[in-house]
Design a binder for this molecule. Sequence first.
Ligand code: HMG
Ligand code: MG
Length: 304
Amino acid sequence: MPNVRITDVSPRDGLQNESAMIAAADKAQLVRLLCAACVDEVEVTSFVSPKWVPQLGDAGAVLADLAASAPSPLTSRPLFSALVPNERGLDSALTFLQGPAALGKLSLFAAASETFSQKNTNGSISQVLERFVPVMHRIRALPHRILVRGYISCVVACPFEGLIAPAQVVDVAKKLIAMGVDEIDLGDTIGAATRETTRELLNIYAREIGLVTTASPVTLHLHDTFGHAADCVRVALDAGITSFDGSVAGLGGCPYASTPTRRAPGNIDTALLVNTVHAAGFTTHVDLDALACASQYARKLVQR
Ligand code: HMG
Ligand code: MG
């Protein structure tokens, strides 16, 4: 059985959805604990507009803190990645592409839903893809190779438009692949996916593009709003996917799915993800005891 690649996105996707403002030093400590848990990649932060996501306005401070604490805890560490929505974000990220806490991957993010694209990034799908063209050119002109992830949000459903046709996802993926991204990340943004919708999407994607045997293999990014994420992982493993995102302690929680009395779960909890992968007979590099420490720390940070 192949090894499954685990990315923990809690410092970015988890904390961007938390109302509490967490100190940069505490976020950096969470990243260190995730490194100790031997995940393959940590999505450390996001270089987006602080007017849109104030929780991540400290991207530079988090990376500077990590760089200051290296090399001892970070000698052999996971890949670090961060989101970049436009050239302005790339300008900020450039400072952090070298040094002990260097980012090895930048993640562009588009959507398969027009309404979500407007609400999340203030542009249509094609306008957002246009923004990526100069960003990609500049990344590819750098003296060393930086990997690029191309996220697609709302691959199953959109909080505003409802169900999204797999053909729309395939269309956006083909455009990102034509730009030269190294990986496509399929995001079930609101945790709407079920076994059936995941199977249908992956079947169509495999037929039209290919899931793993392409230059831009697929990672699956599940949110666990309705408790279906582990089922979807099993379906995806069957389909041949060997790369998944999770969030330690299930940090995050979709604001569209939360009620005043119950906070909806966020991304699939990384521990549930890893246990599901192991139970299906695959291996990971993750140390579950160390992951539990990271999870405990994450819960404390968001006071749960
Ligand atoms: P805009 O308002 O159209 O941008 O937003 P603009 O270019 O007109 O600039 C407006 C102001 O923002 C200007 O400042 C810019 O300098 C500043 P002012 O002159 O008014 O003082 N600005 C920036 N500042 C810092 N960094 C930047 C940046 N860009 C502009 N990069 C924009 C367009 C894309 C910037 C905005 O919509 C944005 O930042 N959106 C981010 C939304 C976001 O982060 N969403 C969450 C991530 S996606 C996600 O979670 C889904 C995922 O998890 C997968 C899944 O689950 O499906 C990935
Ligand atoms: Mg997400």
